[in-house]
Write a protein that binds this ligand. Structure first.
Ligand code: FES
Length: 84
């Protein structure tokens, strides 16, 4: 069992199961199993989920549309938004 979204405690098996049930986009997965909706807002899982989607759907990863970003609900320093 490999946990992909640590914030929402979602495993790779759960993601694959939902893809095979017909949820074929990042936004679908976000809405049905809350991936990318945790404290890190997908910083820790986005890339992994895109790879799983591309692999399971047999399409290039460039065709995976990333989910919509939401602004933070409270002020944070700009440095917190920069990838390190
Ligand atoms: S690891 Fe998925 S939202 Fe943080």
């Amino acid at each position: 069992m490999k946990i992909i979204c640590r914030c929402e405690d979602v495993t790779e098996e759960e993601i694959i199961e939902k893809i095979h049930e017909g949820y074929h986009s990042m936004d679908d997965l976000k809405r049905i199993i809350r991936v990318t909706m945790g404290l890190c807002q997908g910083k820790g899982c986005r890339k992994h989920i895109a790879k799983i989607l591309a692999r399971e759907l047999g399409i290039p990863i460039e065709q995976i549309v990333q989910p919509t970003y939401r602004p933070p609900t409270k002020p944070i320093p700009i440095s917190a938004t920069v990838n390190k």
